[in-house]
Design a protein around this ligand. Sequence first.
Ligand code: ADP
Ligand code: ADP
Length: 239
Amino acid sequence: MTLLEFKNVSKQYGNDTKALSDVNFSVKEGEFVSVIGPSGAGKSTLLRCINRMIDASGGEIIFDGVNVLEIKKKELKAIRTKIGMIFQHYNLVSRLSVIENVLHGRLGYKSTLAGVLGLYSEEEKQQALKILGVLGLEEQIYKRCDQLSGGQKQRVGIARALIQNPKMLLCDEPIASLDPNASKIIMDHLRNISTTMGITILINLHQVDVALKYSDRVIGVNKGRVVYNGAPKDITTDQ
Ligand code: ADP
Ligand code: ADP
């Protein structure tokens, strides 16, 4: 079943920068899809239009049967709960502990009384501990995030996204700030999440070799247009 569909999506910044032009593609439930392309190609814009962190200029983006470009701002929270977001620079609260960051990841939590007071139920805590265990962060649970390595921070970022129980993860250059060893750990976790939890993954990468190794499908973007959409095995990197 199709989970996400772009139909003639365009995005213009200001008067002249056309970041996306006539973008069409779809992603099936459970698929692991990489978006590759050079810097400035429009990868980040493409990803961020899906949860409306950026508003597309035209077209349709159908996620889980809903055109996200048409919904009202206040309905966005329901959509965003189904879409976990993972960032290159982690976007953690550095003075908080690992588990606090994960529990704060729940959308809307900060605006509740429990959120203001930093409270959570035992059940929520158990769920966070379980996710942190899956990601191999048992030893880091009560450490402050500013004491972690980059790879550990990114695993906290993944845990924070997973606690929402999302249908899809949008990963915007999640390994761009990591060394090859930490990158492999993150990619292995993402692949494992996709395979064992059935969560759909759309990931921006500039490392073509990584995209080819981990993805079910690769979408190549250049100058705001889709220039390739197919299986990794059909791409040759020999020049
Ligand atoms: P990528 O993720 O592939 O590096 P981006 O989506 O970040 O590409 O950028 C695509 C194009 O849009 C680039 O030309 C970039 O300079 C431009 N762009 C991105 N964000 C903005 C913005 N907020 N304002 C103006 N132009 C932007
Ligand atoms: P609050 O509870 O104070 O309303 P939120 O938890 O809703 O705060 O998130 C605040 C901002 O963080 C949002 O406006 C959004 O830009 C960003 N954000 C956090 N998580 C997501 C997500 N999964 N998708 C999109 N944006 C997010």
